[in-house]
Structure formats: structure tokens, C-alpha cells
Design a protein around this ligand. Sequence first.
Ligand code: NAP
Length: 251
Amino acid sequence: MSVKKLKGKVAVVTGASKGIGASIAKHLAAEGASVVVNYATSRSGADEVVKEISQAGGTAIAVQADVAKRAEVERLFQETKKAFGRLDVLVNNAGIYEFAPLESVTEEHFHKQFNVNVLGPVLATQAAVKQFDGAGGSIINISSLVSTMGIPQASVYSGTKGAVDSITRSLAKELAPRGIRVNAINPGMVETEGTHTTGIAASDMRKQIEAQTPLGRIGQPQDIASLATFLASADSGWITGETFVVAGGFR
Ligand code: NAP
């Protein structure tokens, strides 16, 4: 029997009630980590993820917190400490995407996305770093292929992910002396609740992307979760400050 790679470790996954975050939470738990399944509003989704993890023999709890609000983020990490007593891994996955042509961009459109996608990971990282002990930690930011591959009508969303890439590289150097690694995963289009409700997963854009993707399909959440598990584990112990495109070869 193989040894579980994250045995005894504790992980917080933001936005884990559905989509990519839910899959990452399940994969980390399957490798032995105790997982905090964060969500903003979908309590039933988060409870379902916790149930699936428990039924598979793992350990998880659901904790509500809006990552864009400092007090709620602090409560998320207090609850983590109370439940599991330590912290080793933070996955900054919670994110929103809204597409808009330049003329439709509003201050609200801008601040909403920057608050969740950029301020959220900064606040969560600040709180997490206080809880990592001498063993260090691993932070995984879920960025996007759009940060490097310009696509039309996504200026603000792409901007949030460009910021995530830069923050990843900066904090990797700042936190390395404390044994904390910071990396980003930049997925191409992935089939999730979010890409379904926004209509992206059933759009002409999906067909165009599939036609131009060497591996011939869009991603599934587990395509991202397997890399997140590697980056969370000691197997990636000499990797920090990197951004990994996971997109079936689409660039
Ligand atoms: P999704 O299906 O829409 O799920 C989003 C998750 O984030 C939900 O669990 C949601 O919680 C949570 N969330 C949203 N706002 C939050 C907030 N303020 N505080 C805490 N949690 C919050 O999204 P997804 O498609 O899996 O995307 C996940 C991440 O991957 C995002 O960062 C996204 O930008 C990135 N990404 C996605 C794709 C793609 O094609 N799907 C591609 C590249 C990058 P509630 O359900 O409670 O609202």
C-alpha cells in the first residue's frame, strides 16, 4: 500500500463548494490531508463535498467566509486552527469571472472581480502565513491561462489573473526564507458549475477552443486537482514562484 503524500497535513481550499475547488479539496483529502472546504453562499454544495470526503474515509469541515472580507478570512483561519490545530497548505481558488466589452466596464465590474480574485488571495495568504509553523507551507494560487493569452472582452478578469501571477512571483521570494512555497496553476477552459451557469461551457467559444487545443478537449476539474496535489506535497519541494499552464496544449 502506498503512503499517502499529505498524511497529517491540514489544507484550506477557498471556494471549494463546487467546480475546481471542490475537486482539489477531494484530491487533497484522498492523499490524507484534513481539509477546510470554504464557501461564500453555497452551504449545500460545501456540505456535499464534506460528505463525499467523509464517505471516502477522509476528514473535512465546511466553513463559510467571503474571501474579500478581512474579518471573515480571519474567522476562516481561526476555525481551521480550532478544528485541526495546524496549517500546511492554502489553495486560493475562490474566484469570479465576468466578461464585458470595454465600453461596458463599470467600477462595480472592476472592484467585484479584483476584490475576490486579488484581494481575497492576499488576505488569505496573510492569515495562513501566521499559522504555518517551522515546517513551512505551500500556497497554490488558481490563476488562469487568460493572464498570458489575451482574449477579447476579458480585460478586467484577465487583469485580476495577471495580478495573481505577479503576486505569486513576489511572495515566492518574500516567503521562501520561511520555507513557504508559492506557485500558481493557470488553467485553460474547465467544465465547472461556473462555466455552465455563465454559458461559457456551452458556447461557440468552447467549440473554438476545443478545435485549437492539441489534446482536443476542454479540462475537467480533476485535470487541475492532480497538479494542485503535487504542488501541495513535498514532491514539489524545490518548486516555487512558478505559473503552470494546464490547458491541453492550448496557448
Ligand atoms: P465556480 O464553479 O463558479 O466555483 C467558484 C467557487 O468559488 C464556489 O465555491 C464559490 O462559492 C466560491 N466563491 C466565489 N466567490 C467567493 C468569495 N467571495 N468568497 C469565498 N468563496 C467564493 O468556479 P470554477 O470555474 O471552479 O473556478 C474556480 C477558479 O478557477 C477561479 O479562480 C477561476 O477564476 C479559475 N479558473 C477557472 C477556469 C474555468 O474555465 N472554469 C479557467 C481558468 C481559471 P459559492 O458557491 O458559495 O458562491
